[in-house]
Write a protein that binds this ligand. Structure first.
Ligand code: FAD
Length: 399
């Protein structure tokens, strides 16, 4: 927690200035060139973020971060969300941010030394391997990947996909069934740390998503675990606690995502309004004079501001109580903000006409990349069910 509201304001204004001066100028290269070409320039910027004392802002002081509460980091995440490079440059990008948080809470001191600290220092990247092609990701308790004890080891066999950022990752945190005999579906799986150079960790391919197979931190891999053997000391937390730990990871993770999306919305809104204010439909007649565009502007303004308040309120509740205490609110913001993101991006593109489909602005990039927001971390329909069930419970209906 920072000392005062003023401290947070100072942090935000320093981040804003850094993004404007150092990061926005890199975006055109980001849109046009393979990510690996940008790595030297990005590494230089990451060093600058460290020198500015803004590195890994989400982490507690003892782990080298700014010691922000979730509500405070929410504001930072919004700022960083205004550019696709923001979270990466500050070392708080998914999936590393979630993995860092669960390693802090559950790793042994040996695991922290070997996996957490290099991640915090930004020397390595990681991935989270839960979803399987053969089972619905929206029901994560149903999976086929197993980790069977053999001597001092676990032997992992299974098939995963959409393991984001697996390419170039140093280790994966893998969800696998270790306790098939448990009567509770929530207590069958464990989380196990698997270095990606372990024999049997086979990255099959980067999956082509919306015409883009991505690379490095922006890829989604299909991975096969074929007799992949790791020591039992790589177990993260208790055996059978995999699902519980995954839930812990998802609560704050949804705040991070929602605020990043609000950052994207603000940038798209700015592009939309700027274009409406200068594009002439006929001499002296601005695009912004059309009622349809004015409606998009007014509706977007109202929706983005409302979304921010809802997310901040939920983050505040998590800070005060716990993610488990506000499960329905977390589900509510997840589908609500993802929907607003799609609407705002769509309106901004429509305002730009054909120009909006080009790579001259970030709009088409975000339109492609953020369609997934309504699917990852739980599809809309699942979150709406959670909300509706909770509401109906108050009417005496248990579903
Ligand atoms: C960009 C991206 C990144 C991802 N990164 C990762 C990652 O790093 N690691 C990882 O393990 N996974 C990752 N995922 C996978 C993600 O978690 C799953 O896609 C998600 O949980 C949904 O699972 P599914 O795709 O198998 O869809 P399914 O579960 O098969 O669902 C298909 C559709 O059915 C409907 N549906 C499902 N359940 C219900 C229900 N109860 N009620 C009503 N309708 C329902 C929904 O419309 C849903 O879209 C990623 C996905 C994407 C798109």
């Amino acid at each position: 927690m920072t000392n005062s509201r003023d401290d947070l304001t100072v942090v935000l204004s320093r981040i804003k200035a850094f993004l404007r001066d150092d990061v926005f100028p890199l975006e055109q290269d980001f849109l046009r060139r393979p990510f690996r070409d940008l790595v030297p320039a990005l590494n230089e910027k990451r060093l600058r973020v460290k020198a500015l004392g803004l590195w890994a802002p989400h982490l507690p002081h003892e782990y080298g971060g700014l010691g922000l509460s979730l509500s405070e980091f929410a504001h930072v995440s919004e700022e960083l969300g205004r550019t696709p490079l923001g979270h990466y440059l500050f070392n708080c990008q998914a999936p590393d941010i979630g993995n860092t948080e669960i390693l802090i809470s559950h790793a042994t001191s040996e695991q922290k030394e070997r996996y957490l600290w290099p991640l915090i220092r930004g020397e390595v990247r990681s991935c989270f391997s839960m979803t399987e092609p053969e089972h619905p990701g929206s029901n994560p308790t149903w999976m086929s990947t197993t980790a069977v004890k053999d001597g001092q080891d676990y032997v992992i066999n299974g098939h995963k996909w959409f393991t984001s950022s697996a390419e170039g990752a140093n280790f994966a945190i893998v969800m696998a069934i270790t306790n098939p005999e448990s009567t509770s579906p929530h207590k069958k799986a464990s989380q196990i740390i698997v270095p990606t150079n372990t024999p049997g960790f086979n990255l099959v391919r980067n999956i082509n998503v919306m015409g883009d197979e991505g690379s490095d931190y922006a890829s989604h891999a299909e991975v096969r675990y074929d007799d992949c053997r790791v020591p039992q000391r790589n177990l993260l937390g208790r055996e059978g606690a995999g699902f519980l730990i995954a839930q812990e990871r998802l609560g704050p993770g949804r705040i991070h995502h929602c605020m990043r999306w609000i950052g994207i919305c603000e940038r798209a809104f700015d592009l939309m309004c700027g274009y409406a204010a200068r594009r002439e439909l006929s001499p002296g007649v601005l695009l912004g004079s059309r009622q349809s565009v004015q409606e998009w502007i007014a509706e977007s303004r109202a929706e983005i501001s409302a979304a921010r308040l809802l997310v901040l309120q939920t983050a505040g509740e998590i800070d005060q109580h716990s993610a488990a205490a506000v499960r329905e609110d977390i589900s509510l913001i997840k589908f609500f903000v993802a929907g607003i993101l799609q609407k705002v991006l769509d309106r901004a593109i429509q305002t730009h006409g054909a120009f909006g489909l080009t790579d001259a602005t970030l709009l088409s990039y975000w339109y492609r990349h953020e369609r997934g927001a309504r699917i990852y971390d739980g599809p809309d329909e699942v979150h709406k069910t959670v909300v509706a069930r909770s509401v109906l419970k108050k009417y005496g209906v248990e579903l």
